[in-house]
Design a protein around this ligand. Structure first.
Ligand code: PMP
Length: 410
């Protein structure tokens, strides 16, 4: 699929920041996995909320509050349909993936005891590791990493073996942020369900690229952030099966989440409010709604093919450059959104800085996945990542800038 086979420019032109000039160079943005850029419709929706509808939700009887509440609750239904959840009660607004996972890990404290096993994807983001370690510390449970193969992918045989330990919870990434590798979550969740484990899927790197169907995945919890799917920062989602949400002790208590309060005793409200204490990020939720509309209106098949083509082109161009190690790629060619690499023995930070001097924004580091880096026996790597607005020119500019970096460093 080439850009000319559908009007890709019409999509790209909705992102005003992409016209930016950085010094002498136009911006070449290849850091979408860290955060995506925002289309004009998201910026407009947030602006419109503040200019025309700003009021606190759920509380007052006045018209403005009713309008704000309706817009806020409409987004809950939009999210429900977007990820194919059965009811909107199962959609909890949070501030992001990190908060969503912490809410689950905190909320399950009373369900865990000494010796319980938590299996965690060895390639997970720290946000899907550290809250489980904290839960283990509180309860005496133990976290066991699911081993990876030499490509940084989950070793499915080792996973099967670990399931014989009857874990209480399995935490997986849908798509890994460092390498863009896709986990077979449907199959892995089905196996976890068979041994009675709760399952949490971190979808932060999946929602912007794949169709998400939480019912068919069958997981207990699915979490993601708005800012990686063309929405604003400060908003995220915790989806859960109703019974899986009901067993969570609220991490935050206070206004909005109660039924009655008295100094003799307080009772908590129903889902979803029970897990949404305090004033939520209303404008951000509304911005997320605009992002979902934006994503839903894209020509889905063409965009998927476009992204796939771009990732493969990126991998191909990198390997032709020479002196490049690429991580996490197999003959299946199923990487999503990102390519991780190193240039010879050069430090990823030096490569990133020299690319930045040419206007090319990529990411270098451990990508909040230190255990994965340890497993790959590297300190860190560079990562180029794409979004719906990325095009072949971005890849060509990146490769020519990297060629320049190579001539400087090697
Ligand atoms: N999980 C994954 C796979 C991620 O890519 C990220 C963001 N880098 C997170 C969790 C954390 O997301 P947030 O910072 O939005 O909470």
């Amino acid at each position: 699929m080439t850009d000319s086979q559908f009007d890709h420019q019409a999509i790209r032109s909705q992102f005003p920041i992409l016209d930016m000039q950085l010094g002498d160079n136009p911006l070449c943005y290849l850091d979408t996995a860290a955060t995506s850029q925002k289309p004009q419709c998201v910026l407009d929706a947030m602006n419109e909320y503040y200019v025309q509808n700003n009021a606190n939700v759920h509380r007052a009887a006045h018209q403005l509050a009713a309008r704000a509440t309706q817009k806020y609750e409409n987004v809950r239904m939009q999210v429900q349909h977007f990820i194919h959840a059965a009811t909107s009660q199962q959609i909890i607004f949070t501030h992001g993936t990190t908060e969503s996972i912490n809410m689950v890990a905190h909320g399950l404290t009373e369900q865990f005891q000494q010796g319980d096993v938590i299996l965690v994807d060895g390639a997970a983001h720290h946000a899907n590791i550290v809250p489980w370690q904290a839960l283990a510390q509180r309860t005496g449970a133990k976290v066991i990493p699911i081993p990876l193969d030499s490509n940084g992918r989950i070793d499915l045989t080792a996973y099967d073996d670990l399931l014989t330990q009857l874990p209480k919870l399995v935490a997986l990434s849908h798509v890994t942020n460092a390498l863009g590798t896709l986990n077979p979550v449907n199959e892995m969740v089905a196996k976890a369900n068979k041994v009675g484990a709760l399952t949490l899927i971190d979808g932060a790197q999946a929602v912007a690229h794949l169709d998400i169907d939480v019912e068919s995945i069958g997981c207990d919890y699915y979490v993601f952030s708005g800012h990686k799917m063309y929405g604003p920062t400060g908003v995220g989602i915790l989806y859960g099966k109703l019974n899986a949400l009901e067993i969570l002790t609220p991490m935050l208590t206070g206004g909005e989440m109660i039924k009655t309060v008295s100094f003799n005793g307080t009772s908590y409200g129903e889902l979803p409010n029970r897990l949404e204490a305090g004033t939520p990020a209303i404008a951000e939720v509304i911005g997320l709604g605009a992002a979902i509309s934006f994503l839903s209106n894209l020509p889905k098949i063409q965009i998927r093919q476009h992204e796939l083509h771009l990732i493969q082109y990126l991998q191909q161009q990198l390997s032709q450059l020479g002196d490049i190690s690429v991580y996490g790629v197999t003959t299946d060619n199923d990487n999503i959104g990102a390519v991780a690499f190193n240039l010879a023995d050069e430090h990823h930070q030096d490569v990133g800085i020299l690319l930045d001097q040419q206007g090319v924004a990529i990411r270098g580091g451990h990508h909040c996945a230190m255990p994965l880096m340890q497993s790959l026996q590297i300190k860190g790597c560079c990562r180029a990542s794409i979004g719906v607005y990325s095009n072949q020119q971005d890849v060509d500019r990146f490769i020519s800038a990297l060629t320049e970096v190579k001539s400087i460093l090697l």
